[in-house]
Design a binder for this molecule. Structure first.
Ligand code: ATP
Ligand code: MG
Length: 166
């Protein structure tokens, strides 16, 4: 038996299956990379191992003990999160809108630019999603969206008349 064993590990969020019956065995000292397209369930898998996300089905064994019966704080496992400097209390649309609000872009114009930015980064269906429920790739795309569609800062008003030197 391997050191870390995932057996039929599954996580469902409503209609979305984030991780679908994943089984693998990792030996002690082995270094494993999870590779796959954005949204395929890599982070969800790590979060289930660390104990931040409760699996919908399946089992995790660490050193022959049932990890799911062990409290996260007692698992002795760490996780380094992806971070995209998004405001956690704001949806994707609100995160993208924030920079525009700060630049005092009008409501109508803001809504138009937010929709345009989310569309540009293929997040049109994610407008009302909070960062915690996005995959890392989606969060990165949101960050990119938030960095686009900003009008340039207004140049300072030009003087109409030259002031004579004193
Ligand atoms: N809290 C949540 N609520 C709803 N759906 C979620 C939640 N967390 C993740 N998902 C969905 O589960 C799927 C897997 O997400 P996950 O973050 O595990 O992907 P990932 O492989 O780490 O992607 P990336 O390479 O973009 O980081 C995605 O479709 C994502 O939208
Ligand atoms: Mg991820």
């Amino acid at each position: 038996m391997g050191f870390l064993v995932l057996d039929g590990l599954t996580k469902r969020y409503g209609a979305t299956t984030a991780v679908d019956r994943l089984s693998l065995t990792i030996d002690k000292g082995e270094f494993l990379s999870l590779l796959g397209p954005s949204g395929c369930g890599k982070t969800t898998t790590l979060q289930m191992i660390a104990g931040f996300v409760e699996p919908s089905a399946g089992a995790i064994m660490l050193d022959r003990t049932d990890l799911l019966a062990t409290k996260p704080a007692r698992r002795g496992l760490g996780i380094v999160f992806q971070s995209y400097a998004l405001f956690p209390h704001m949806t994707a649309a609100q995160n993208v809108a924030f920079g525009l609000e700060m630049r005092r872009v009008s409501r109508g114009e803001r809504d138009r630019r937010v929709a345009e930015a989310l569309n540009l980064v293929s997040l049109a269906g994610f407008a009302d999603r909070f960062p915690r429920s996005m995959s890392g790739g989606a969060a990165a795309a949101c960050r990119t969206g938030a960095g686009t569609r900003h009008p340039p800062a207004r140049p300072p008003p030009r003087r109409a008349t030259l002031q004579p030197r004193r």
